[in-house]
Ligand binder design. Sequence first.
Ligand SMILES: Nc1nc2c(ncn2[C@@H]2O[C@H](COP(=O)(O)OP(=O)(O)O)[C@@H](O)[C@H]2O)c(=O)[nH]1
Ligand SMILES: [Mg+2]
Length: 413
Amino acid sequence: MLATPKGLRLHIGVYGRRNVGKSSLVNLLIGQEVSIVSDVAGTTTDPVEKAMELLPIGPVLFVDTAGIDDVGDLGEMRVEKTLKALDHTDLGIIVTDGPIGDDEIKLMDALADRETPYCVVFTKADLGAPPAEALAVVKARDIPFASISTATKADAVRVREVILEAAPESSFEVPHLLADLVPAGGHVVLVVPIDLSAPKGRLILPQVMAIRDILDADASCTVVKERELAATLKSLSKKPDLVVCDSQIVLKAAADTPDDVPLTTFSILMARFKGDLVRLAEGAARIDQLKPGDRVLIAEACTHHSMADDIGRVKIPRWFRQYAGGDIEFETMAGRVFPEDLSPYALVVQCGACTVNRKQALLRIRQAERQGVPITNYGVAISRVQGVLHRSLGPFPSARIAFERANAAPQIA
Ligand SMILES: Nc1nc2c(ncn2[C@@H]2O[C@H](COP(=O)(O)OP(=O)(O)O)[C@@H](O)[C@H]2O)c(=O)[nH]1
Ligand SMILES: [Mg+2]
């Protein structure tokens, strides 16, 4: 990822007066000391750039600037450089240790003039809450904001969240559905059950998207029902690069596909495309730890037709109860409703999120992460309860490792 050219990275400019904690904030986000932090005002002179992968946005470049309130000849030069950096900024973070004064308003106006989205981060929360007048200005302008302490590692999550809130949908990296998993000239086998829940006379969106992505990758595909999979694999002159199946028949597809052929499900592809597969895989490890009396939130994005309903309302509850060896309380929420407070739940299970856009899906995942509540989704959960998640995450090493780690972690009391 670090090989991404600078021009393709989202430039996140960090602005504010001297000594408010800009460099500390950048260091907190990237988790290592790149900017010199000191209590001598004006330590950062030239903008300091640091590239990182800020999921789920993708590759970003943090630009840590000198103070906007710098003084003297040298200071003026620094301010000029800082203002110049505004022109290259895709997203601004205005940092303040409390006040929203002339300097902050100047930055807000400069960013607004350039139609650059921005957020405000109040630092030094450990020394006191932001003043009411400052909060009033930020709220009146409807600016996403966070109040944090840069000394607190956990606050990095809150900062990432406020960056996501401010970021326009177009800045989110749109991952491939599967084109990155198949070489040009490669071959994919798609396994599509045609049962009662299949719509008449057509394929469903993830299947159509997969075919389109395979064409974009200059690869080819074979589409079969699960009954024909074994015979089709035998008839191919070369092993396929990937098999993708419907979650509901993943057990059979895994049994019919040789171990050295990568296999995944349409739901897992969609989970990566729409959300954060690493977090969802981590959350799936929590299913084994459910115990009688736990509450699970099933969050459906749409009001499903009855066939798909079956997964969230019947199948998942049944499987989870089997795992927990007792009764689990399920709460189902449909549509745009998503509770502010997730703390009553041992686990959140999202549906495929076909009607939620990527940004919304990711914000829900971040919210759960911030509140320390595991979150997974239908597709990942189905592979888990069928005992084949390890296999279906095979093509996604970071998600598989996250799942294994969470699975090996001590049980939550
Ligand atoms: N108490 C407290 N001090 C902070 C916090 N963030 C930064 N500082 C301190 O504020 C001073 C200036 O920080 P720095 O990051 O260099 O500010 P910059 O000039 O805006 O880049 C340093 O002494 C930091 O340790 C915070 O959240 N709480
Ligand atoms: Mg600095």
